[in-house]
Design a protein around this ligand. Structure first.
Ligand code: OFO
Length: 171
């Protein structure tokens, strides 16, 4: 049995993960139109990951004998100034998600919900990795500045990212 207060935070996180997917799709579309096909691919793969996260949290709620509260998914930003602006927004977004995840961990602890606490620790670690990855990309973009030929090499590197389901079971 899951307490209402824990269920509420988890339901909100399902929504937030699907919002994240939508947000990454919006940024991917911008990058594609701006000619940064590699960044577009990287952002698209991130959208796939966010969808996997939303589904994973949804499944955790069902496994605990509850159902999530569904809510509308907000419209993400659609206007960006540059590829640097995109990754600045990605970093801000991921920092915000980290706060949300930490909040879920705190609520789970307060409510002695050890199952949710264990479950959410995966996301605590995932956020460390995601923030570090984006911070690395952003540092490179800032260093590159207006040098388009180096920026396109970074774009090619970003385009090598492939989606791999983080929750796929290996048999
Ligand atoms: Fe869902 O992984 Fe970051 O946001």
């Amino acid at each position: 049995m899951i307490k209402d207060v824990v269920l509420k935070t988890l339901s909100e996180q399902v929504n937030a993960e699907y919002y994240s997917a939508y947000f990454y799709l919006s940024m991917s579309a911008y990058a594609d139109r701006a000619g940064f096909k590699g960044a577009a691919k990287w952002l698209f793969v991130q959208a796939q990951e966010e969808t996997a996260h939303g589904t994973h949290i949804y499944q955790h709620i069902l496994e605990r004998g509850a159902a999530p509260a569904f809510a509308a998914i907000s419209v993400p930003p659609v206007a960006f100034k540059s590829i640097q602006d995109v990754f600045e927004k990605v970093l801000q977004h991921e920092q915000h998600v980290t706060e949300r995840i930490n909040h879920i961990a705190s609520v789970a602890m307060q409510e002695n919900d050890h199952a949710t606490y264990q479950f959410i620790l995966w996301y605590v670690n995932e956020q460390i990795e995601e923030e570090a990855t984006v911070d690395g990309i952003l540092s490179k973009i800032r260093l590159i500045g207006d040098n388009l030929s180096i920026l396109y090499s970074l774009d090619a590197e970003l385009g090598t990212r492939e989606f791999s389901d983080p929750f796929a079971t290996t048999t």
